[in-house]
Write a protein that binds this ligand. Structure first.
Ligand SMILES: [Ca+2]
Length: 130
């Protein structure tokens, strides 16, 4: 865990850098895809709850986390396959990151993040020279 100072532009710049963002999301996808079949099932996501990259999720109850996954699958699993592929996972993470950015607004906030979270990657990305 690490404490970082976060503002919306840090997340926006990371999401807009499609290559860097997709690379991190793909690594995240691979770490979640426990059986390596190229799809994330609901149980694979739930077994790793708290690792979607959002500190709020880590603090919420199991019911709330399950509700969040319901929404993710409802929104991104239109064919009701019970699985999310890499392409859809990129969309999920992009949407969640943009929602997070909107929640922060322009005032920097201090938050605690896991070192393998996308938020932490966004902060690292912002620190890189252009
Ligand atoms: Ca899988």
């Amino acid at each position: 865990m690490s404490i970082v100072c976060l503002e919306d532009s840090i997340i926006m710049k990371f999401v807009e850098d499609t290559n860097a963002f997709n690379k991190c999301v793909d690594e995240h996808f691979a770490s979640l895809d426990a059986n390596g079949d190229g799809f994330l099932s609901r149980s694979e996501l739930e077994n790793r709850s708290g690792r979607l990259g959002f500190p709020e999720l880590e603090l919420q109850s199991r019911e709330e986390i399950a509700g969040g996954y319901d929404l993710i699958f409802e929104r991104f699993d239109a064919e009701r396959t019970g699985k999310i592929d890499r392409e859809k996972f990129r969309s999920v993470m992009k949407e969640l990151m943009l929602a997070k950015a909107r929640g922060i607004s322009t005032s920097p906030v201090l938050i605690v993040v896991q070192k393998d979270s996308l938020i932490f990657k966004a902060v690292q990305h912002a620190a890189l020279p252009n």
